[in-house]
Write a protein that binds this ligand. Structure first.
Ligand code: HGY
Ligand code: MN
Ligand code: MN
Length: 418
């Protein structure tokens, strides 16, 4: 007689989170780095595939390198039907924490393990997915593997993408041995669930343990190139300067004071990358290249912020006598997740008397792409001090286990135990 409630193997989950966190972490370093399609990413993928195979999952890799572990029910439960998909990513930013993305993928394995250890079957297939290049730090856009999977970016365009290091994505994918043969999106899930750390301060600040993520804010990424005139730092009067560094700095002030701090203060603006050339102490730069990451839950506000910024840049460039170019890398509208799945997450938390809050995701996630092809939702757990994309990223083990338990409850509610 199958059990009415599956048991989560918390020890195995935490062990795998720790073990994967060691892949790409130099001995003396607090953080790990597994940039998409790097040798370290390959090592993380190889480890994940081994764990998938240990659980008896059929492993498929698609043509953009997404890794899918498939549990196909047998016997009476093999009633077919489209799979329930859980997933996230295992590529990281530079010097990352151990949880971003990895937690959701390994919790998916923990759900499969619960069925295996109970000798039970789900009523439909389960797919655990690790999507390629979620972080988008080497190749833009981010969430690339899931975007291709959802049909939002042509495969060939993704394969031909040039990285910030000049490499071609398709070549690197082949080099690490993950240019698979499955057509991206060939397996359309009936629903998609992603468990993830919040990466922000909201849950912790409010004493909540579970976030039922109902929507995800819009994201705009632009790369700005400003061409000025290199000149001598000591002999060039200010009035004769055409200084890209000054333009880039003025843009930062504008983005903070006129965009991020403006009412209602929901737009976030970040310059994460700034490069000056020739980058020498006594030379007025000839060129500045910088990125602008804008986020807002409201599509109209996001587009207005984007336009106001470019308008400011155009006026400033004319006054400073410099030329500029803007390259759009990402322009994603906000996404609303499936209300039915969000309600299931809340109900699962309530059954365990876990304080739960409906919320918006500040970060981008693969779920926002898969939501284009299937009902999707996310479960968040707290991040200590809201820190992420930083080796100090941390969530207490007990909180990680509770999040995975809620995921298992929701999956069990969708698939049953046979
Ligand atoms: O940029 C993001 O929000 C995600 O971490 N890729
Ligand atoms: Mn992530
Ligand atoms: Mn991330």
């Amino acid at each position: 007689m199958p059990p009415t409630e599956l048991t989560l193997d918390a020890t195995a989950l935490l062990q795998q989170i720790h073990a994967l966190g060691e892949v790409g972490r130099p001995a003396a370093s607090p953080g790990r780095t597994r940039i998409a399609l790097s040798d370290e990413d390959r090592a993380g993928r190889d480890q994940l595939v081994r764990w998938m195979r240990e659980l008896g999952l059929a492993v498929r890799v698609d043509r953009i390198g997404n890794v899918l572990g498939i549990l196909q029910p047998e016997g009476a439960a093999a009633g077919g039907g489209r799979p329930l998909m859980m997933g996230s990513h295992i590529d990281t930013v530079h010097q990352a924490g151990a949880l971003d993305g990895c937690y959701g993928v390994l919790a998916g394995l923990a759900v499969v393990r619960a069925y295996r250890q109970a000798g039970s079957q789900p009523g439909r297939p389960i797919v655990v997915a690790a999507f390629t290049n979620e972080e988008g730090v080497r190749y833009q856009p981010d969430m690339m593997g899931s975007l291709v999977y959802a049909g939002g970016l042509p495969l060939q365009a993704a394969l031909d993408t040039r990285g910030i290091d000049g490499t071609r994505l398709g070549d690197e994918l082949a080099r690490i041995g993950y240019a698979g043969d499955l057509e991206p999106g060939a397996i359309v899930p009936q629903e998609y669930l992603e468990l993830h750390i919040e990466q922000g301060p909201v849950l912790e600040a409010n004493g909540d343990l579970i976030g039922a993520v109902q929507d995800l804010q819009g994201i705009s990424w632009q790369r700005i190139t400003v061409q000025g005139v290199a000149n001598h730092a000591g002999t060039t009067p200010t009035r004769l300067r055409h200084d890209p560094a000054y333009v880039a700095a003025a843009c930062q002030v504008f983005l903070r004071e006129q965009v991020a701090d403006a009412d209602p203060g929901t737009t976030l603006a970040t310059t994460g990358s700034l490069r000056l050339e020739p980058d020498l102490i006594n030379v007025i730069p000839r060129k500045a290249t910088f990125t602008v990451d804008l986020r807002d839950p409201d599509a109209g506000r996001l587009q207005a912020a984007r336009q106001r910024f470019v308008g400011f840049l155009a006026d400033l460039a004319a006054r400073e006598g410099v030329r500029f170019e803007t390259e759009s890398l990402v322009d994603l509208a906000p996404v609303v997740f499936d209300p039915g799945l969000v309600a299931r997450i809340e109900a699962a938390a309530a059954r365990r008397s876990l304080p739960c809050r409906r919320m918006t995701s500040g970060a981008g996630h693969d779920a926002q792409m898969i939501a284009r092809i299937a009902p999707s939702a996310m479960i968040f757990v707290p991040s200590r001090a809201g820190i992420s994309h930083n080796p100090r990223e941390h969530t207490d083990d007990a909180q990680l286990v509770l999040g995975a338990r809620v995921l298992l409850d929701v999956v069990q509610g969708c698939l049953g135990v046979h």
